[in-house]
Design a protein around this ligand. Structure first.
Ligand code: ADE
Length: 283
């Protein structure tokens, strides 16, 4: 073990070094007792299964784009372990807070990598369900690494909706708040929330001046209010945010092919992006 990278209700993430090769990894350690106490058994299984499916199956090859890679997992009588790639660039949120907000060009780069990650998940009927800036890490080169699949779900047997949910509130889609059942569309709404925060410095429904907004009021706003789009954003940014933050999931922008053709992403070479050939913004 080299150092502690993070801790939460789920357990702890350590930076570890493989002695023989000198390579470093992130090791997520969950106490079985805590998992059981928090009734998180399903979450622990899901995270392992989804990451394993995305990163170790022959289907994956080496190209699950911008999604953390799981190398192996094991358990001892008291703990569960997930050995993942170490995202050396840290949380995107940290860079966002430092800069207060990102230029549209920088936001475009990170959002485009996220679009490829979501396209990959959507093709496999996986909903991440907890998309938020703190789950977006950067690798050493500055590319996005999407983490934390503890709240994800796979829509089984062609089902396109699930009713259970338990994620972070700021970036929740209205259909999740209303418990109407939600599908992959919910992740695109959350991406809209993340895009909003990247380009304005604040989440869409709870500005910094109202940090401790009551949960009920936050839900009311998600269900009833349209986020105020600042005038300094370009017309293309407005259009993208409006399309992703559309309340009705059926009318929302959720088709990855259409998202990629959106004017906000004009000029992005998607193949080069997927091949990690586009240079990350300097932050
Ligand atoms: N924190 C949680 N997961 C991590 C990872 N894979 N790399 C770096 N920090 C992390």
């Amino acid at each position: 073990m080299v150092s502690l990278l993070g801790a939460g209700g789920f357990g702890k993430v350590y930076l570890v070094r493989h002695k023989a090769s000198g390579k470093v990894y992130a090791l997520k350690v969950m106490q079985k007792k805590a998992v059981l106490r928090r009734k998180d058994v399903k979450a622990a299984h899901t995270e392992r299964n989804i990451l394993a499916m995305l990163t170790s199956s022959p289907l994956r090859g080496d190209n699950a784009p911008f999604i953390v890679r799981l190398h192996c997992c094991w358990q001892c009588p008291r703990r569960l372990y997930l050995l993942m790639d170490y995202a050396a660039g840290g949380e995107l949120l940290h860079h966002l807070r430092r800069e207060r907000m990102l230029s549209e060009a920088a936001a475009r780069f990170y959002l485009a990598e996220m679009v490829l990650a979501l396209e990959h998940l959507q093709a496999r009927h996986i909903i991440h369900r907890d998309l938020k800036p703190s789950n977006l890490l950067l690798d050493a080169a500055g590319h996005i690494v999407l983490c934390d699949f503890g709240l994800s779900t796979v829509l089984l047997d062609g089902a396109s909706r699930t009713h259970s949910w338990c994620g972070t509130e700021d970036f929740l889609a209205p259909e999740v708040v209303a418990r109407e059942g939600h599908g992959v569309e919910a992740d695109w709404f959350s991406l809209g929330g993340i895009a909003f925060e990247m380009m304005t410095g604040e989440p869409p429904f709870s500005p910094a001046s109202e940090r401790h907004l009551a949960r009920k009021e936050l839900h009311r706003r998600i269900l009833r209010c349209k986020p105020k789009l600042p005038r300094y954003l370009t017309r293309d940014a407005h259009a993208l945010l409006k399309a992703l933050l559309t309340r009705d999931p059926a009318a929302r922008l959720t088709d990855p092919a259409v998202v990629k053709r959106h004017p906000f992403f004009r000029g992005i070479d998607w193949e080069a992006l997927a091949a990690r050939q586009l240079p990350p913004p300097i932050t």
